[in-house]
Design a protein. Structure first.
Length: 322
């Protein structure tokens, strides 16, 4: 009989994976959770990513001279820890045949399992905050460049600690990480970070609508929200029309009741919604605001997809279906 000594000594490899279409937090929370596990002697934990990374993620890992976790698109047959998500629509390909043994997240739980997983969810602004807190509490030594990378993920998810999802813990973990990283001026670092996000105007509309795309369902209504974070959403101008045609095209190929592109403005604290679908008129009731040309809505004070845009839509259709 063949005995695999590796498996006896360290156990099966467990893959730590963030969601599809990963943002910085999805990749960095996997990366930093591996550090946490290794610090505890669990060397069989390996951070991966299941999809291509965005420009900001590429920039942040390069800036801090760290290596992006390896790409594994299909997780079937693997034991996995889900970080920064649980929703099936966001999971890596092959999740139906994977074993979810643990969850580390800051979103609503959407999980059906046959075995009881270990679940750690905190209502913080980012998953990286949660892992940063674990590292700090366990007195794990965090390298300055890793601290800088983690700070970047927290700043990105919390829109530089300004989003309403930001908690006291986000501020305190971000403060500790910035001290370790030697980044004394968080706001000027955040500006540098967000400059690397403002790549939208150079992108094609079809790429924009797919970049930070998330799909949802409530009361039988299918909708999607793509978030586009900008330093100035008024700059889009003629690009808005291109985005709307891209949404129409996407809807003709894969019909959805509402497709939303949310152009958030990190400076002005507002957003422009560009929409398409057979139920877009409901948005007028949901947000008590008018659609211009049937496809554009301006919402002052709305920055967060998770906390401000998504809940009213989910609630509206849940009530409708009851
Ligand atoms: Mn996150």
């Amino acid at each position: 009989m063949d005995i695999n000594l590796d498996n006896i000594l360290i156990g099966d490899t467990i893959y730590i994976v963030g969601h599809k279409k990963p943002d910085l937090d999805a990749v960095v929370s996997a990366y930093s959770y591996q550090i946490y596990r290794h610090a505890r002697g669990d060397f069989n934990y390996t951070a991966i990513r299941c999809d291509d990374i965005n420009p900001l993620t590429k920039w942040a890992f390069a800036h801090f001279k760290l290596e992006v976790p390896m790409l594994m698109r299909d997780i079937s047959g693997r034991k996995v820890v889900l970080v920064d998500h649980t929703d099936p629509v966001q999971r890596a390909d092959g999740w139906e045949k994977a074993e979810i043994i643990e969850v580390v997240d800051h979103h609503n739980l959407k999980l059906e399992t046959t075995i009881p997983p270990k679940i750690t969810i905190r209502p913080y602004g980012s998953s990286t905050t949660l892992i940063g807190q674990k590292l700090i509490r366990s007195n794990v030594k965090i390298q300055p460049n890793v601290a800088g990378l983690m700070l970047s993920a927290i700043l990105d998810d919390t829109l530089a600690l300004r989003s309403p999802i930001t908690t006291y813990v986000d501020r305190s973990v971000a403060g500790e990480l910035s001290a370790i990283a030697g980044i004394s001026d968080i706001s000027s670092f955040a500006r540098e970070l967000f400059d690397n996000k403002d790549v939208w105007l150079k992108m094609k509309a079809a790429e924009i609508i797919n970049a930070d795309f998330k799909e949802f369902e409530s009361g039988g209504v299918k909708f999607s929200i793509t978030q586009v974070e900008t330093m100035d959403n008024q700059k889009f101008g003629s690009k808005e029309k291109e985005i709307i045609s891209a949404l129409k095209k996407a809807n003709s190929q894969n019909p959805m009741n509402i497709r939303i592109v949310m152009l958030t403005d990190l400076i002005r604290n507002d957003c422009i919604l560009l929409v398409d679908g057979d139920k877009v008129n409901d948005l007028e009731k949901i947000f008590n605001s008018k659609l211009e040309n049937g496809n554009r809505m301006y919402l002052p004070g709305v920055l967060s997809r998770k906390k401000q845009l998504l809940p009213p839509i989910l609630e509206y259709y849940l009530k409708e279906s009851n």
